[in-house]
Design a protein around this ligand. Structure first.
Ligand SMILES: *Cc1c(COP(=O)(O)O)cnc(C)c1O
Length: 454
């Protein structure tokens, strides 16, 4: 057995194309629907918000899409990222399982998010866009896009979920360092924000609300600004496949193959980017890997939501998307994994789940932090609270192997480090972290407000 700990690809091995799962799906994705006409939307409906290149990627059926050279040139600053064998964690757990993690925290912004931020900034600039609006939860996406916009000379306006704005002031400073302007959401600068504040002046905000604000600003800018989303959409999943394509090569280097792959899910992008190339191997090459998406019990979209058409945002400004949803008016409990506080889920992830090609579990936040601390003590890396959900489930799988004696290969995506999240660790250490269970009444209320679409 190899004693090697980390599998590092040379720069020349950075994947030069993204993988588009739409080419290999056993059934096509359900269409995205216009809320007025109830007909499938076309490119013109999205043109006020996104550049044409990204709209084309959203519906492309091409199996591979070339990564533009200026994007690759920036990827080379931190890609390929390492795949690391967690031998110290294996020992600490006493498991015969082989545990590997893909470390996306080596990017300058500290997570997987720059993989799509850089691509989106590039395509916007190529079509003459000079200003982008966006939302951010914990601030990871906002910092990634601010950084990318700075490199492509684009103005960046970020609506940051208020609870995170308060919890994570240094994420805000990070975005400001890259030249972005940051507004706490809900704010009084948009109709969508004012409508929420009228109902609840102390609203902690949500990704759904922040999306409404950012979309409204772009949609009413007369073409001066476009909008950028850090997860959920097909083109975002596409850009993130650079992660999984590297893991394919790195598992070859390690001379092993994953039995199970695990990622946390907020909007679904780090999970999708990590597993989709292996879903391809299952669909096309007869492989048999299990894929587990991990969500918080406070926002259990896959495990407790309904697979129906819903708005992507609270203010009902987006088209209708078929997804596992808790309802667009659902405001998740203020858990520390801000990046997982979303009412819906990427259509690609939902479709795979509906087809039985991936699994999902929900975990409460105290066991999540317990796993994060165990992992940090063994491996020295402090995972982001979002990522820690994947760590929890990876450890649980490894403990099952300890019981059964199985030498399974468990691979998880360490989507980002938690260096800006120490306040959440603090809350865990002082025992003041509540475990939110499935908010059944809230979800029922929010689901009752869904648009009725056959
Ligand atoms: C944003 C974020 C997530 C959640 O978003 P996905 O689109 O589901 O990946 C997970 N981990 C980290 C570190 C993040 O920044």
């Amino acid at each position: 057995m190899s004693e090697q700990k980390k599998y590092v690809l040379p720069e020349s091995e950075i994947p030069t194309s993204w993988y588009n799962i739409q080419a290999d799906l056993p059934e096509p994705l359900p269409p995205v629907i216009h809320p007025g006409t109830l007909q499938p939307i076309g490119p013109d409906d999205l043109a006020p918000l996104f550049p044409m290149a990204l709209i084309a990627q959203e519906v492309s059926q091409e199996r591979y899409i070339d990564i533009p050279e200026p994007v690759l040139d920036i990827y080379r600053m931190w890609r390929p990222t390492p795949l690391i064998r967690a031998t110290r964690l294996e020992k600490a757990l006493g498991t015969p399982a082989h545990i590997y993690y893909k470390y996306e925290g080596t990017s300058p912004a500290g997570s997987h998010k720059p993989n799509t931020a850089v691509a989106q900034a590039f395509y916007n600039k190529a079509e003459g866009v000079n200003a982008l609006t966006t939302e951010t939860g914990a601030g990871q996406w906002g910092s990634a896009l601010s950084m990318a916009c700075n490199w492509f000379d684009i103005e960046c306006e970020v609506y940051m979920v208020k609870i995170s704005y308060q919890h994570k002031p240094y994420r805000r400073s990070l975005m400001q360092t890259f030249g972005a302007s940051v507004t706490a959401s809900p704010s009084d600068t948009t109709n969508a924000g004012r409508a929420i504040l009228e109902q609840d002046a102390d609203s902690p905000g949500s990704l759904g609300i922040a999306i409404s604000e950012a979309v409204e600003v772009a949609a009413t800018s007369g073409g001066a600004k476009k909008y950028s989303l850090g997860s959920v959409l097909n083109h975002v999943m596409l850009h993130q496949t650079v992660v999984g394509e590297e893991v394919v090569k790195q598992m070859e280097m390690a001379d092993e193959y994953p039995d199970v792959m695990i990622g946390c899910v907020g909007g679904g992008s780090n999970f999708a980017g990590f597993v989709l190339p292996f879903v391809r191997e299952n669909l096309v090459n007869g492989k048999n890997t299990r894929f587990v998406a991990v969500e918080p019990t406070a926002t259990p979209s896959l495990t407790k939501g309904q697979y129906v058409y819903d708005f992507g945002d609270t203010g009902q400004m987006t088209p209708l998307i078929k997804m596992y949803t808790l309802g667009h008016s659902f405001i998740p409990a203020p858990i520390h994994a801000g990046g997982l506080r979303y009412h819906g889920m990427a259509p690609i992830v939902c479709h795979l789940y509906d087809l039985g090609l991936i699994e999902a579990v929900a975990v409460p936040q105290n066991p999540v932090f317990e796993a994060a601390v165990l992992f940090a003590q063994a491996e020295g890396i402090i995972p982001a609270p979002e990522t820690a959900h994947a760590v929890r489930t990876a450890i649980d799988e490894a403990l099952l192997c300890k019981e059964s004696g199985e030498e399974k290969v468990i691979v998880f995506n360490l989507s980002g480090h938690g260096h800006f999240d120490m306040a959440s660790y603090d809350a865990y250490f002082t025992g003041t972290l509540p475990d939110y269970e499935y908010p059944e009444d809230e979800v029922e209320r929010a689901l009752a407000g869904l648009p009725q679409i056959a």
